[in-house]
Design a protein around this ligand. Sequence first.
Ligand SMILES: [Zn+2]
Length: 269
Amino acid sequence: MSEGAFQTDLFGGIKRFFSGGESEKVEEAPPQISGDGTVLFRYADRLKKSIRCRKKNFENLYELELPGYMKTEEFYPVRELAAEWARVTFKRKTASNKQKSRDLLARIWKATDQILTDIGQKPVIGNTRFPPIRPVGNVHDLNKVFAAINETYFQGELQARITWSNRVGGLSFHSKRTDPLTGEEVNLISISRGYDFENCPLYAVFGVVYHECLHVVIPPVMENGRRIVHGKNFRQRERRYIYYEQWIKWHKEVLPKNIRMMRRAKNFW
Ligand SMILES: [Zn+2]
């Protein structure tokens, strides 16, 4: 059988499976399937922090039951991880497969908590606190700003995630954290919400994002027991930003006013 014919058979099977009995309601979410076509996703609102899996009669086809909130687009990577878990779970129970299964589950729930936090919902496991990553602000979209800076000044090679600061009146900073999905260390750039104002021109938000990006490529150095964060090399590279003077002026004159306004508003409410 050719691969194409196999696919047709497979999807025909899935269609029959989901349409079920004739009296069944059709209002359920559209069926979804893992990227490689081996795992069917079903959703149950009663599930909160568990997933379950059965093997279907079809060769290499699994049915995975996921919490209802995992239907949305944001959960795509989690669904793929869960599909991988389903496949590993039905393999021979060797020590290595058991370990893989445990690791996948840990990643699934960490990533789930991260996504729930990012979209403003309560995490389900909650034993680790992840700061939410919210790049879309009221005025500026930091993902777009970062992409442009990365392309212009770093050949598009900079690896980082970016978010508006979660603290009212917080400052901009760069930090390292563990990505819950991959377990790898990632750079996180956090930008003061004082830049997310109508009075903030693009050159200013580009300036601060460029500055934080430089911290990713120029790590602090120790000199005579002192930690140098903004060394000579850093300051030289920083001046390559074409609106450097304008940004610094805005940063000194307007940003403090915006931050004061935000703090006052917070105290007032
Ligand atoms: Zn700095």
